[in-house]
Design a protein around this ligand. Structure first.
Ligand SMILES: Cc1cc2nc3c(=O)[nH]c(=O)nc-3n(C[C@H](O)[C@H](O)[C@H](O)COP(=O)(O)O)c2cc1C
Length: 372
């Protein structure tokens, strides 16, 4: 049997295959971030589709700040019963489910001006031009505690782990970045200082959830521009995360919106691939640390994924847009139909009515049929 369908574990979480649903904001939660029937249906479908590990869309950890409409929340205990229902639903099908938790920050244009948005320094986000408030020590302590408490809620609600979103120019990623982080205190300057915020979030989280609860971290391999975090720095962050006890690292890079222009280019000595954008980066990291590396981005073809599994040390394969197009893709592949996914990587899947595939006609009809 293919290595991709072997049973494996991340920490104490037993997974029935090596496929992961990458965190995907659905834009289907209520204004306050609570669950809807649409969201339950999306997760039930992914679990029926035999995804080994489902990572939820990002959830905001404090009530007053979220980077996008319709995202899930986990900022107080009122979420625990409805997430218990979600985790019970997914577990019925033998899939595992991890909650992704995030503080957005300045990579947003959503309701900007109506709230305080934290940032390491007053440096406008390159894509949105949004400026944030440079965080005080009290702000830092508040957000560290919020991550840890959100993780405890996730555990209490039956999630199999949490994924801390430290990639994609969100707040933690900005602390790691020498471009966004211009601080001259303990949290800025050297890489050790820039990773302090992430490490303190990790430590506070670990303390609350205990040793056995898997904590995954999603990182950007490189910012792919001069002055941003480099791949070598990310490698050092990964080694540190392994040392302190993180359970797995997701190696990402946030180029999915502009992959068509960047694929084939080389940055920091490695090349962005057409099939599996960050595979070269993930492979290097996976050979340097003993905890599993999950690659995400641009995976659409079963034979290509098999080859990556056979020729690198990358252990898990995460898909976002492909599973918006075909939530049953993993089951289809497992059942022997190895045709590539119907995903054009057009990234038009973000819509005001919810995030779904606008190319695959069957998906449009399914989403339209769901009750609110
Ligand atoms: C509609 C949409 C929503 C996303 N939401 C999240 C999210 O909540 N958290 C996250 O870490 N990444 C998010 N991503 C990025 C994906 O997890 C993934 O890293 C990226 O799409 C590349 O993978 P793919 O080529 O399989 O789509 C999102 C991507 C899309 C298209």
């Amino acid at each position: 049997m293919s290595k991709l369908f072997e049973e494996t574990r991340i920490g104490n979480m037993v997974l029935k295959n090596r496929f992961v649903r990458s965190a995907t904001w659905e834009n289907m939660a209520t204004e306050d971030g609570h669950m809807t029937d649409k969201l339950y249906a999306v997760y039930e479908e992914l679990a029926q589709g035999e995804v080994g590990l489902i990572v939820t869309g990002y959830a905001n950890i404090v009530a007053e700040e979220k980077p996008n409409a319709g995202m899930m929340g986990i900022y107080d205990d009122s979420f625990i019963p409805e997430y218990q229902k979600l985790t019970d639903l997914v577990h019925q099908y033998g899939s595992k489910i991890v909650k992704q938790i995030a503080y957005g920050g300045t990579k947003t244009t959503y309701e900007v001006g109506e709230r305080i948005i934290f940032a390491p320094s007053e440096v406008a986000e390159l894509g949105t031009q949004t400026l944030g408030k440079a965080m005080s020590q009290a702000d830092i302590d508040y957000i560290i505690a919020a991550f840890a408490k959100a993780s405890l809620r996730a555990k209490q609600a039956g999630f199999d782990g949490v994924e801390i979103h430290a990639a994609h120019t969100y707040l933690i990623g900005q602390f790691l970045s020498p471009y966004y982080n211009r601080r001259d205190d303990n949290y800025g300057g050297s890489l050790d200082n820039r990773m302090r915020f992430l490490l303190e979030i990790y430590a506070a989280t670990r303390q609350l959830v205990g040793e056995d609860f898997p904590i995954l971290i999603k990182l950007t391999a490189s910012e792919f521009f001069n002055g941003g975090i480099t791949f070598d720095e990310t490698r050092a962050v990964c080694k540190k995360l392994e040392e302190v006890g993180a359970d797995a690292i997701v190696v990402s890079g946030n180029i999915h919106g502009k992959a068509s222009t960047m694929v084939g280019e080389s940055f920091d000595g490695y090349t962005l691939r057409e099939e599996g954008y960050f595979v070269e980066y993930g492979d290097v990291i996976s050979r340097e640390i003993a905890i599993p590396v999950i690659t995400v981005g641009g995976l659409t073809n079963l034979a290509a994924i098999e080859e990556i599994a056979d020729t690198t040390n990358i252990q898990y394969f995460a898909l976002s847009r492909p599973l918006l197009s075909e939530p049953h893709l993993v089951k289809r592949w497992k059942d022997g139909d190895d045709a590539a996914v119907e995903c054009e990587r057009c990234s038009k899947c973000r819509t005001k009515r919810g995030n779904f595939c606008v190319v695959n006609k069957g998906r449009k009809a399914f989403i339209a049929s769901l009750a609110e």
